[in-house]
Design a protein around this ligand. Structure first.
Ligand code: F6R
Ligand code: ZN
Length: 187
């Protein structure tokens, strides 16, 4: 039997913190090359390097059938017309799916099917659960005015592959158009 502190964890839906989780913080400079408007990015990066998001990963066990989970907190803001977002990734084990549960704030997920190239924008909000199928690059975007917090649950074997998606980038951007988040093909 696992240790009790691995069986039960406590999280704070407002801050996205899980007690005992290994926290990774990503700042603006860590997302160089992700945003569509390179000029707007360089101007913002020259002015500072704010925290964009933090993710705490909780890894109770690493066996074949085990699960890991993480809580994310993504700040509101924009680079040009493009909302603050996560780097995004594919799972190293491409078949691994993931479930995202919205806790607070207003977000969307950008999903890109690796097999068909199809992109989709899906709301990520409190009381909503987003199922990210396997073979799907995924990125979280804060389209609101407050921090966006969420939980992600994924197979322990999933692994995170950032390079594959960074090399070719997501095909679509989530931009503000007429005050609304809109998915637009990268030019
Ligand atoms: C785990 C997962 C999330 C992300 C988090 C940060 O598989 O999808 O917990 O890790 O949203 O995004 P990335 O990892 O793309 O920086
Ligand atoms: Zn993932």
């Amino acid at each position: 039997m696992l240790d009790p502190e691995k069986i039960l964890s406590q999280f704070n839906p407002a801050t996205g913190e899980i007690v005992g989780a290994a926290v990774v913080q990503r700042h603006l400079h860590d997302l160089r090359g992700c945003f569509g408007d390179a000029g707007a990015f360089e101007a913002a990066a020259a002015a500072g390097n704010p925290l964009l998001y933090s993710v705490g990963a909780f890894e109770p066990a690493k066996g074949d059938g085990d699960l890991h989970y993480g809580a994310g907190r993504l700040m509101p803001g924009k680079i040009g017309d493009e909302y603050f977002m996560t780097k995004g990734h594919l799972h190293s084990w491409r078949a691994a799916a993931e479930i995202y549960i919205g806790l607070a704030g207003e977000g969307v997920m950008l999903l890109e099917d690796l097999l068909t190239g199809e992109s989709r924008m899906v709301p990520l909000r409190p009381q909503g659960v987003v199922y990210v199928p396997g073979h799907t690059a995924h990125r979280t975007v804060n389209v609101g005015k407050a921090p966006l917090t969420y939980l992600g649950v994924y197979p322990a074997k999933a692994g995170h592959d950032y390079d594959a998606i960074a090399k070719r980038n997501f095909r679509c951007l989530i931009l503000e158009r007429n005050g609304r988040p809109t998915m637009i093909e990268r030019s």
